[in-house]
Design a protein around this ligand. Structure first.
Ligand SMILES: *Cc1c(COP(=O)(O)O)cnc(C)c1O
Length: 369
């Protein structure tokens, strides 16, 4: 009997995405082994964070790196670093930002649930632009002596009318303001781990528990040495705003192993394997009455990986989309998919283990056949 059976929690086949509410991703045995090894001894946590950070920086061609307990915690600590630096008095004062640089500039189009992590440091978000367009002068006009940082959220929220990131960096540099990129779900492509910082971004933040396949409660922050150092001082085990966002020795070591493994992945081969899966699904699903399946690219986070978009015409298929989604989730095995518009579902091969693509197809054939 598995631990999940014992607890009355059904394991779910994830054909949706690297969603935190489904557990993010599944760690490789090597990652679990590294964590288990780390769990057997006491260490100086601060020293471990430094050593792991040095290794992660080297691996990702960055000046410095830090392991946070998730990308959202990385956002908190990056904000704290930009506001308080490594100054003990300022660190002790947070989230009261009186007298400190306490404005963070953000594209209006980038506002999303994760900006709460930035706001919890006590800063004011200063929005620039509109959902449709943003001009360089708007960024220029928003920068003043109170500006702590410019945050850039990369993903589904990044709008077409946004300033190009290169332009944001250029203007930020003129005023000595750090640019922080939230790229939590932005690998692949793997080179994002160094591309943005090489462009001049001060800090780039990634989730360790999404496609990096590290511990669910880990995040990777790469970038400028002084800011990474400031994050460290603001973070656990030091007393400060980051103290509740504890990252353990197991997570630090696990993320390092996960990144080592990730850098060895042939992303092109992986993408073409996913393409084959999607093509196979489409051929079979298009044989079903009232079902229309096609390749969709890129995925919801903008990653260069394909999904299948499956439209269900309820009048011909005899079942509405919501019934199909419910049947998948409540069936055996349980399968999670994403909704697409009013009548569609996305099938994502990215989070499937080998062979699960067959199970997903078979279940859909049973439900819709
Ligand atoms: C998932 C996500 C986060 C949070 O990452 P965690 O590692 O779960 O904390 C932050 N920002 C964006 C854009 C995300 O997609």
């Amino acid at each position: 009997m598995s631990i999940y059976d014992e607890l009355g929690v059904r394991p779910i086949i994830n054909a949706s995405a690297t969603l935190t509410r489904l557990g993010g991703s599944v760690m490789a045995p090597e990652v679990v082994d590294a964590m288990q090894e780390a769990s057997r001894h006491f260490v100086d946590l601060d020293l471990l964070q430094r050593r792991v950070g040095e290794r992660l920086a080297e691996l990702t061609h960055n000046e410095a790196a830090y392991v946070s307990c998730g990308a959202a915690a990385g956002l908190v600590l990056a904000t704290a670093a930009c506001v308080a630096g490594a100054n003990p008095a300022a660190i002790a004062q947070l989230p009261d930002t009186t007298g400190l640089k306490n404005e963070v500039i953000i594209h209006k189009s980038h506002r999303n649930g994760y900006d709460h992590a930035v706001r919890q440091v006590g800063v004011k978000l200063v929005e620039i632009g509109s959902a449709l367009s943003t001009a360089a002068w708007e960024l220029e006009a928003a920068i003043n002596e109170k500006t702590a940082a410019i945050f850039w959220f990369q993903g589904g929220m990044t709008g077409r009318g946004d300033l190009p990131l290169s332009k944001v960096i250029e203007i930020a540099n003129l005023h000595n303001v750090p640019v922080v990129v939230d790229g939590a779900a932005q690998v692949p492509p793997t080179e994002n781990l160094w591309k943005w910082t090489q462009m001049g971004v001060a800090l780039a933040i990634f989730s360790g528990g999404k496609d990096l396949h590290g511990p669910q409660s880990s995040g990777l922050v790469v970038g400028r040495k002084d800011l990474i150092e400031a994050m460290r001082v603001n973070g656990n085990p030091n007393q400060g705003i980051g103290r509740p966002m504890k990252v353990g020795k197991e997570e630090m070591v696990g993320l390092l192993k996960a990144v080592e493994l990730y850098l060895q992945i042939d992303q092109e081969a992986r993408a073409s394997q996913d393409d084959e899966t999607v093509a196979g699904w489409c051929i079979e699903l298009n044989k079903l009455s009232g079902v229309q399946a096609e390749r969709s690219f890129p995925n919801e986070a903008g990653q260069p990986l394909p999904r299948a978009l499956v439209r269900i015409d309820a009048s011909k298929a005899g079942q509405a989309r919501d019934d199909v989604v419910a049947a998948l989730l409540n069936g055996a095995p349980a399968i999670a998919v994403s909704n697409a518009g009013e009548d569609g579902i996305y099938l994502n091969p990215m989070t499937l283990a080998d062979g699960e693509e067959e199970i997903v197809l078979r279940r859909l054939q049973e439900i819709l056949g």
